[in-house]
Design a protein around this ligand. Structure first.
Ligand code: NI
Length: 254
């Protein structure tokens, strides 16, 4: 079975058929899914989905793009949601300097630090979103040496990957590695050991080739595994088995 370690089923893109899509996943060979929250409301929705589906787990946190209205009370809400037995990580958190209309960098950094401190206190891993913010993401991660996690949709260099591996972090990859213009990620995948790698879809976004343009769902995660198998010279079965075990170990799922 495949483990999609990052998919957003609380997204409105699934409003019309969420239950049908999620219920069908075990038949489509997807046995586990982690749904990260992006706001307090979306984190609560992620926990509600985890309660409803045995194969769905939640992460809770505030995405950097959504931190513009941050107030400290939001952390109390995230802390309460993180106490749920199926909340397995703090995320999706991080820094996004790509869009000029995103909240100010200083605010993004403050919200990230607060989530890192919460993860340290609760001994939970984190799911980091880092877009065009590699140096600051690494620097803030280094302020919390007791916290590790995963850089999802990893877009950094081989050097950055090595640094993160040295500090005990995981890297995860999605459909973006199948795109024609993908260069850095295949280099990183070739370089890193299999036991530090996870797969994801980031549904409803980033649908892998040859299905690019459609709405993404976890049923396409095998295309990510296939690309990794091709880069690593492994069979699809091996990639499936290793990434499944990596995900379960990382998120502490029996
Ligand atoms: Ni995401």
């Amino acid at each position: 079975m495949l483990f999609d370690t990052h998919a957003h089923y609380d997204d409105e893109a699934f409003d019309a058929d969420r239950d049908a899509v999620l219920s069908a996943m075990p038949e489509r060979n997807v046995g586990l899914i982690v749904n990260p929250g992006c706001t307090v409301e979306s984190s609560a929705a992620a926990v509600a989905l985890a309660e409803r589906y045995p194969h769905v787990y939640a992460a809770v946190g505030i995405h950097p793009e959504n931190c513009g209205d941050f107030v400290p009370e939001h952390m109390d809400a995230i802390r309460a949601l993180a106490a749920h037995p199926k909340a397995v990580a703090i995320g999706e958190i991080g820094l996004d300097y790509y869009w000029p209309e995103n909240p100010p960098k200083e605010l993004q950094q403050e919200v990230l630090r607060r989530h890192m401190a919460l993860a340290e206190e609760l001994k939970l891993p984190v799911i980091i979103h880092d877009r065009e913010a590699h140096a600051d993401s690494l620097a803030i991660a280094a302020e919390f040496p007791a916290v590790t996690g995963v850089f999802h949709c990893f877009s950094g260099s081989v050097e950055m990957a090595r640094e993160l591996l040295k500090r005990g972090w995981m890297l995860s990859f999605n459909g973006a590695i199948t795109f024609k213009n993908a260069r850095k990620a295949p280099e990183v995948i070739a370089e890193i050991p299999m036991d530090r790698l996870m797969i994801e879809t980031d549904s409803p976004y980033l649908t892998p080739v040859p299905c690019r343009g459609r709405r993404n769902d976890s049923g396409y995660v095998h295309l990510v595994a296939e690309k990794i198998a091709q880069i690593k010279g492994l069979s699809l079965d091996e990639v499936e088995r290793i990434t499944w075990e990596n995900g379960r170990r990382f998120f502490g799922i029996d």
